[in-house]
Design a binder for this molecule. Structure first.
Ligand SMILES: N[C@@H](CCC(=O)N[C@@H](CS)C(=O)NCC(=O)O)C(=O)O
Length: 220
C-alpha cells in the first residue's frame, strides 16, 4: 500500500502524522510525508483542491486515492495497522474513543480557528476582537476538560502506547500558547504533554515538522 501524507508543520495534520509514524514503528508501514506550505497557498491550487475541496491539511493519499478528515484518516490507519494500537478494538471503548476524537476535531479545533483567524467569522475589527475574546475563554474551558481527562493518562491516553488522542491533545495544548494560555497555568496538562513529546514516535514527528512547545509569549 502506498501512503502519502500532506501535512503542514504544527497544524492538525500532526495527528495522522503521529499515527503513521506509530504504524511505521509497529508494522513497518512506510509513508511519504509531503510538506504543504500554507503561507504560500499550496493548499489552494487546483491540484490540491482536487484532493481536498476544503483546501485544508491533512490529506492521506492511499494508492492514489485521497482521504480527508482526521477522524476518518485515523480510523483508516488504525484498521490497516492494528499492531500500532492507535484506538481501542472493543466496540464500546472504540466508540467512546472516537467520540472524544470527534469532539476535539469538531468543537475544540474550530474554537481555536475563531481565535487564530477571527476575520473568517466577522468583518469589522470590533466584531473580530469580540469573536476572538469569546473564543479564547471557551478554548481555555475546553483545554481544562482535556486536562481532567489526561490526569488519568498512565503514561498516555490509552495506557502504554502513544496514540492519536495524545497527538491531538498535544496539538491543542501547543495552540493554547497562540491563544494566550500560559502552559505553566495548566501544570497537569503540561506534564502530560511533556511525556507525550518524549515518546519516540512523537519525537520523530516533532523533529520532522521542526516544532516545539514554544508558542506562548508573555505580554511585555
Ligand atoms: N476537520 C478538518 C479540519 C482541517 C483543518 O482545519 N486544517 C487546517 C490546519 S489545522 C487547515 O488546513 N487550514 C488552512 C485553511 O483553512 O486555509 C479535518 O479533520 O481534516
Amino acid at each position: 500500500m502506498k501512503l502519502e501524507l500532506y501535512y503542514a508543520p504544527g497544524a492538525c495534520s500532526f495527528v495522522p502524522h503521529v499515527a503513521l509514524e506509530a504504524a511505521h514503528a509497529a508494522a513497518g508501514a512506510a509513508f511519504e510525508p509531503r510538506l504543504v506550505k500554507l503561507h504560500r497557498g499550496e493548499h489552494k491550487t487546483p491540484e490540491y483542491l482536487a484532493m481536498n475541496p476544503n483546501g485544508q491539511v491533512p490529506v492521506l493519499v492511499v494508492d492514489g486515492r485521497p482521504l480527508n478528515q482526521i477522524v476518518a484518516i485515523c480510523d483508516f490507519i488504525d484498521r490497516s495497522f492494528p499492531q500500532a494500537g492507535l484506538l481501542p478494538g472493543e466496540p464500546w471503548a472504540r466508540a467512546q474513543a472516537l467520540s472524544q476524537l470527534a469532539w476535539m476535531n469538531n468543537t475544540v479545533h474550530p474554537t481555536f480557528t475563531h481565535v487564530f483567524r477571527p476575520s473568517d467569522f466577522a468583518t469589522s475589527p470590533e466584531a473580530q476582537a469580540d469573536v476572538r475574546m469569546a473564543a479564547m475563554a471557551r478554548y481555555r474551558k475546553y483545554l481544562e476538560r482535556i486536562q481532567a481527562w489526561t490526569s488519568e493518562a498512565s503514561p498516555y491516553w490509552f495506557g502504554a502506547r502513544v496514540g492519536v488522542h495524545d497527538a491531538y491533545a498535544f496539538t491543542l495544548f501547543r495552540w493554547g500558547g497562540f491563544a494566550g494560555i500560559d502552559p505553566q497555568s495548566m501544570p497537569g496538562y503540561r506534564d502530560y504533554v511533556q511525556r507525550v513529546m518524549a515518546a519516540p514516535v512523537v519525537a520523530a514527528v516533532l523533529e520532522r515538522e521542526r516544532i516545539k512547545l514554544d508558542t506562548y509569549k508573555p505580554a511585555a
